[in-house]
Design a protein around this ligand. Structure first.
Ligand code: FAD
Length: 470
């Protein structure tokens, strides 16, 4: 059996940088991947959706051209061309990443599904890869998640799509039914609507993106409906079946929706079922995620779990940050400053609808719960329609919100929902990494005319947050 210092199972968003980092430290690393190098983000997630989103946004802006005094002919979308552009971007990203790994001395890519197979006589991990086996002193799991498709009656009779199979389509759906009105479902719904599909969202809660504040959910619903997306809220799927048009969905209240395709964007499940964790005595939590400490070590010595599979983040940047935590921990250095482990870091992410929603830390409703418990918290809101740059762009939908600890003056959370929100949120996130008083950001010197120039004004308007206020 070939021996490695390190075996990484799954080439998620922590694995490549971890493999290169460990190889640079003189380790011989096996990077085991069952499918395509680059994982979900590169192949079926961030990269393709953000590339396709651009085609959708261009189509949207061209349809709005007259608002800007520009006249065009009839707008049509060449769906195969948009998909080709997307696939070329994905292929380039994957090729670049694979080439980087292949030219890194000490890293060996092993293609196949990895699983733990116990220990050898020297107490080293045995890892099976397909028919083969390798041994390793240390094992890192970075196997990610896959789409969860619920067992709705009749589901076996239709070609239910998930994020991967939707992005593999060659023809534009005539009518896409999206089950799930959270981040992935909303991004996909808007993209396909703008590319020309009729789109219907079926969501079980009474508002979209229901982890966000209620006013944010209301704005999302408003712009999607304005763009022609049909919404069924508080709606549960009773059954699906084949129809002449493709799919007939029946909701529990008896409503029937006839579509050509159905996408289930109803959550994710961890890829731990084929890892044979029992072989080393590791149990998962009730949902199949690997339990780790804040430094991402499992209770089995020399076995770590990084990325979505440890349920300490569900994003590419959190998975990447996991590798930084692990390397700093192994090195015993102080290379990480503010957020030294996975428990200290705030949750930050963007939903790439248009306009995008940038978020970090506490939402207003989460902050209100703290106020109810006696915390002194300040809040300030500003509407995008009051921001000059947003008006100049004629893209003035959304709001900005800052949440501050009234005692320590630290920023605890922010929402930047509007033009540039996916970028501008990092002004807050990066500032929060310093742990400094919000007053320093309030006295900073942003460029005019930008949305960010209003952040000092926003922070000048902080007011005490009430537990039950709006
Ligand atoms: C449609 C969509 C859009 C998204 N957009 C964004 C976004 O814009 N921004 C963002 O931050 N996040 C986004 N995400 C989330 C992001 O893709 C993940 O959080 C990110 O990929 C981190 O995953 P990971 O590192 O845990 O592993 P993953 O990227 O999921 O990769 C895991 C890899 O492990 C492999 N694997 C699994 N089991 C085994 C095994 N037993 N043996 C060998 N290999 C195995 C898999 O084949 C896969 O290649 C999106 C997700 C989806 C689905």
């Amino acid at each position: 059996m070939d021996h490695f210092n390190v075996a990484i199972i799954g080439s998620g968003q922590a694995a490549p940088a971890l493999a290169v980092g460990l190889a640079k430290r003189g380790q011989r690393v096996a990077l085991i991947e069952g499918d395509r190098i680059g994982g979900t983000c590169v192949n079926n997630g961030c990269t393709p959706t953000k590339t396709l989103r651009k085609s959708a946004r261009v189509a949207h802006l061209v349809r709005r051209a007259a608002d800007f005094g520009v006249h065009t002919g009839p707008v049509s979308v060449d769906f195969p061309a948009a998909m080709t552009r997307m696939r070329e971007r994905v292929d380039t990203a994957r090729r670049g990443l694979t080439a980087r790994l292949k030219r890194t001395k000490g890293v060996e890519i092993i293609q196949g599904w990895g699983a733990l197979a116990g220990y050898d006589d020297e107490e080293r991990f045995v890892v099976s890869v397909g028919e083969g086996r390798v041994t390793a002193d240390r094992v890192f799991l970075n196997t990610g998640t896959r789409a969860f498709v619920p067992s709705v009656p009749g589901i076996e009779t239709v070609d239910a799509l998930d994020n991967a199979s939707l992005l593999a389509l060659d023809e534009l759906p005539d009518h896409l039914i999206v089950v799930g009105g959270s981040y992935i479902g909303l991004e996909m719904a808007q993209i396909f609507r703008r590319l020309g599909s009729k789109v219907t969202i079926v969501h079980r809660s009474d508002r979209l993106a229901d982890r966000e504040d209620a006013d944010v959910s209301a704005i999302i619903a408003e712009f999607l409906v304005d763009e022609g997306v049909a919404l069924h809220l508080n709606a549960k799927v009773a059954s699906v079946g084949r129809s002449m048009r493709g799919v007939l969905m029946t909701l529990e209240d008896g409503t029937e929706i006839a579509g050509s395709h159905v996408l289930f964007a109803t959550g994710r499940v961890p890829n731990t079922d084929r890892l044979n964790l029992d072989a080393v005595g590791l149990e998962t939590d009730a949902r199949g995620y690997v339990v780790t400490d804040a430094k991402l070590r499992t209770k089995v010595p020399n076995l770590w779990a990084l990325g979505d599979v440890n349920r300490r983040g569900a994003f590419t940047h959190t998975s990447y940050h996991d590798h930084e935590i692990v390397l700093a921990d192994l090195d015993g250095t102080k290379d990480l400053y503010q957020w030294k482990d996975a428990e200290q870091r705030p949750t930050t992410y963007a939903m790439f609808t248009d306009p995008p929603l940038g978020r970090v830390g506490l939402s207003r409703s989460e902050a209100q719960n703290l106020v109810a418990g006696g915390r002194n918290i300040l809040i300030a809101d500003m509407q995008m329609k009051d921001i000059a740059r947003a008006k100049e762009e004629s893209e003035a939908t959304g709001l900005i919100r800052a949440i501050v600890d009234g005692d320590s003056k630290e920023i605890l959370g922010a929402t930047v929902f509007g033009i540039g929100g996916d970028e501008i949120i990092s002004v807050f996130t990066n500032f929060m990494a310093t742990g400094a008083s919000y007053r320093i950001l309030q006295q900073a010197l942003p460029v005019h005319p930008t949305v960010s120039e209003l952040l000092p004004t926003l922070l000048a308007n902080l007011q005490p947050l009430e537990a039950n206020g709006d």
